[in-house]
Design a protein around this ligand. Structure first.
Ligand SMILES: Nc1nc2c(ncn2[C@@H]2O[C@H](COP(=O)(O)OP(=O)(O)O)[C@@H](O)[C@H]2O)c(=O)[nH]1
Ligand SMILES: [Mg+2]
Length: 425
């Protein structure tokens, strides 16, 4: 338990009709009583006038008393629904400080929730992702993780590893006793099964991480085919300069759109051609680099031209009467013809790249690193020639898994993890 009682405005910055102030820590009950005069009943919204220690009224509004351990943080806590003005909030904050509370650090409420066993680290990370979620698909993924989808998966593997380790240690401790011969065979089989499951989970095409971070689609093609016009049309705003002069776009321009519920950064690139212009040449180099690193390449040609390489091929300027190659989508950036079909194709691609209909996908590089370590240890255990070495590999694999959910040795990662949170969460 933590000695400090902390508070923070949990709602957004700036003037608002209502602002939520939360309070957590051992002195919550005393502070609430001092501010409200009369304690509200537990977990019931109650109207109160808040006063400072001189009896001056600070605000009037709803107050909720949330006794631990059933609160978000697991501690005694309270929430105030105040009028969302600067003077009200600073007045209440000053009164709380005068009574011995201190402002919370970023993520401190959720950090306490984790330390008090209210959630594991994957759920704490999901709180952050849910707050940052911009699209429906991101929200669904974060909610699923908050509900424990990943914690259950990784915790389940850790439980099985623990059992495996116990059996392996029995094999070491009683080598000549009559342990049923199946035990050794069972250990070998379960080890292979676990190794297979974790490997399959890792081999997911980064779907969850891509959804969490958003996709990058690069739009490439020869100069003047209408790349910038198409990007502007897809983004429904004028991001890039369009002109009849080839080589107008020299830098990679980025714009965020939502396709298939996934945030996508569209990168408009310089037209790919040989050029003696130094700046344009650098633009072409950047275009190639962005295309190589993109999740998907939208290749644009002019209707009538030969097909070119790309994940999605768009033949622009169909209004000029040129033919559309097989597999390409005929579009016209000027009139908007074919743009809905292109948008649908891109949305399908975005969904396919991030689809998480099956088992919960991996969502974070931190998890991936720990799982890769676990897989390496499980592989080592499978080829270990001494029982003691196999046991040691199993122990290290278990520790790697435990770091994901926070059940073992994670002090070092807590600061980095919670520092990314907003204050008040
Ligand atoms: N006729 C016709 N002209 C287009 C179309 N799309 C773009 N353009 C014109 O083609 C020229 C080059 O367009 P731009 O978007 O700058 O091409 P980029 O160099 O590939 O980025 C401009 O003059 C546009 O107005 C189209 O669908 N039909
Ligand atoms: Mg351009």
């Amino acid at each position: 338990m933590h000695a400090d009682t902390i508070f923070a405005v949990a709602s957004g910055a700036g003037q608002a009709a209502i602002a939520v102030m939360r309070l957590s820590g051992p002195a919550s009950r005393d502070l609430l009583g001092a501010l409200c005069g009369r304690m509200p009943p537990p977990r019931r919204a109650s109207f109160r006038r808040l006063r400072d220690s001189d009896g001056a009224e600070l605000d009037q509004g709803m107050v909720v008393w949330l006794p631990g351990p059933g609160s978000y943080t697991g501690e005694d806590a309270a929430e105030f629904y105040l009028h969302g003005g600067r003077a009200v909030l600073s007045g209440v904050a000053d009164a709380l400080v005068a009574l011995g509370a201190r402002p919370a650090e970023p993520g401190e409420f959720t950090r306490r929730a984790y330390l008090n066993g209210r959630m594991d680290l994957t759920a704490a990370e999901a709180v952050h992702d849910l707050i940052a979620a911009e699209t429906e698909a991101q929200r669904r993924q974060a909610l699923r993780q908050l509900d424990g989808a990943l914690g259950t998966l990784y915790g389940g593997w850790a439980d099985r590893l623990r059992l495996l380790l116990a059996q392996q240690e029995a094999l070491i401790d009683f080598p000549d006793e009559d342990l049923p011969p199946e035990v050794e065979a069972q250990v070998v089989a379960e080890l292979a099964a676990l190794h297979g499951e974790v490997t399959a989970h890792l081999d997911d095409g980064h779907r969850g991480e891509r959804l969490r971070e958003g996709l990058v689609f690069a739009v490439t093609g020869r100069p003047n085919v209408g790349k910038s016009s198409l990007v502007n049309a897809l983004a429904e705003r004028d991001v890039a300069i369009v002109s009849a002069i080839p080589g107008t776009t020299r830098d990679a321009l980025e714009t965020r759109v939502v396709l298939g519920g996934v945030p996508v950064t569209l990168v408009d690139t310089a037209g790919l051609r040989e050029t003696t212009d130094e700046i344009e040449a650098e633009g072409v180099r950047r275009a190639r680099a962005r295309a190589a690193a993109a999740d998907l390449v939208v290749a644009v040609i002019e209707a009538g031209d030969e097909a070119s390489d790309g994940d999605v091929l768009a033949a622009n300027k169909v209004d000029l009467g040129g033919g559309v190659p097989d597999g390409a989508l005929g579009v016209c950036a000027l009139t908007g013809a074919g743009l809905d079909a292109l948008r649908t194709r891109l949305a399908e691609a975005a969904r396919a790249l991030t689809d998480s209909a099956g088992p919960p996908p991996l969502t974070q590089a931190r998890h991936r690193a720990a799982l890769q370590e676990a897989v390496a240890r499980l592989a080592g255990a499978q080829v270990a020639d001494l029982p003691e070495l196999r046991a040691e590999d199993l122990r290290l694999a278990l520790r790697a898994l435990g770091r994901i959910t926070g059940s073992v040795g994670v002090e070092d990662i807590l600061d980095t993890l919670f520092a990314r949170f907003c204050i008040g969460k």
